[in-house]
Design a protein around this ligand. Structure first.
Ligand code: CP3
Length: 352
């Protein structure tokens, strides 16, 4: 393939020197968009919106049509594959995932089965196929998965948590059950990510959203080895597919995240991008890292932060993004301005 027909985002992931970084936004499809809220009125259940292919495709394409980002992400959730191994779930409006029968015993872990993605998540194939057809090579199609620790946190706690007291009780008393669960989830996630690649995903981002709740020494026991286990299995089958790792609140963990086998680290705004670059070294790609709150600022402020981030990240191996998902009350015109400015960053930087 020549440069022209490789999506720009993949060129950044390969470390090519570029005039401006590719740009997309975590949660770019979602509540801050009127088009999304209108569709949500018609399909009030999140599982409907994400599991009826025509609806999920439409949601992913709403920001694509509005802003032409360099990446279009599958509209789904990190808990979507769990029923496929025997963990039933729902996603409650405003609350997030709910697991009615949390996993607490070895018997429950042993009863979990392997995943057959085309049977348990049959919507993934038509969704990713349609997204690839729609965006052609004008953008990269991203798939995503939750990491073992974060999915285990939902499976064990039964819902989102502020304290993680139940899973930490397991981890810090007799961790046998938890390690068995993490291992099973890791193998499932690797198979599910490979399936997304087979269906058309060109990049996989893994969200270890709750791994930042662990101290670094516990991250090394309960999060990092299982991130590695997932990434190694994906790389063994698809060595060319770029892998991005995100941990929420990762400032104290960056160097350790760099050991996960990811090609790029999604950096949040608690770290200065120049520091992140230094700490991760020249070989590691970076994504990020504007505070989503910047989009509540003035246009001038938004523009300055974009350009500052781009300068600090340098011309290679950077995907411009927020440090975490766009917030639901963000003015839509500020999201539009973010994309416009990012796509003209080469001219804007040349002019200063
Ligand atoms: O980025 C994208 O545009 C793709 C969509 C996406 C969703 N969830 C859709 C969604 C992605 C990448 C996720 C990942 C996800 N889900 C994570 C990791 C990212 C992160 O935030 O750290 C986590 C922790 C979850 C679990 C989850 N699902 C939460 C915490 C919530 C939010 C609850 C709420 O309402 O605020 C959900 C529900 C959810 N998943 C929504 C969306 C757009 C919000 C509900 C809605 O808009 O209808």
């Amino acid at each position: 393939m020549t440069g022209a027909n490789i999506p720009y985002l993949l060129r950044a992931a390969r470390g090519e020197k570029l005039d401006r970084p590719p740009v997309w936004m975590m949660r770019q499809a979602g509540r801050y968009m009127k088009a999304y809220r209108d569709l949500r009125d018609k399909y009030p259940s999140f599982r409907e919106r994400s599991e009826i292919p025509e609806v999920a495709i439409e949601v992913s394409l709403q920001p694509w049509r509005a802003f032409k980002p360099d990446g279009v992400i599958l509209f789904s959730d990190i808990v979507t594959p769990l029923p496929g191994i025997g963990i039933e779930m729902d996603i409650a409006e405003g609350k997030g995932p709910i697991i009615a029968n949390p996993i607490r015993t070895l018997e429950q872990v042993e009863a979990l089965h392997t995943i057959v993605p085309d049977e348990s998540t049959p919507f993934i194939r038509p969704i990713l196929t349609a997204l690839r057809e729609e965006v052609k090579n004008e953008a990269a199609v991203l798939g995503f998965v939750g990491a073992p620790w974060t999915l285990a946190a939902y499976a064990v706690e039964g819902k989102g948590s502020k304290t993680y007291s139940i899973i930490k009780n397991m981890a810090f008393s007799d961790p046998t059950v938890l390690h068995a669960l993490l291992g099973k989830i890791a193998d499932m996630i690797a198979a599910y990510a490979c399936h997304q690649i087979e269906c058309g995903a060109q990049v996989i981002q893994m969200f270890d959203s709750w791994a930042g709740q662990l101290s670094p020494q516990d991250y090394e026991v309960f999060a990092l080895p299982y991130q590695k286990r997932v990434f190694e299995q994906i790389k063994a089958k698809y060595p060319e597919t770029p892998l991005i790792l995100l941990v929420t609140g990762s400032a104290g963990l960056l160097e350790r995240m760099g050991e996960s086998g990811a090609d790029m680290i999604s950096v949040d705004w608690t770290v200065d991008m120049a520091d992140a670059r230094r700490r991760l070294g020249p070989e590691m790609g970076v994504q990020g890292n504007l505070d989503p709150g910047v989009l509540f600022g003035s246009k001038e402020f938004i523009r300055d932060r974009i350009l500052d981030t781009i300068k600090k990240a340098g011309p290679r191996g950077h995907i411009l993004n927020l440090g975490h998902g766009i917030l639901p009350t963000t003015p839509e015109e500020n999201a539009a301005y973010f994309f416009e400015t990012a796509k003209q960053a080469d001219q804007l930087l040349a002019a200063v």
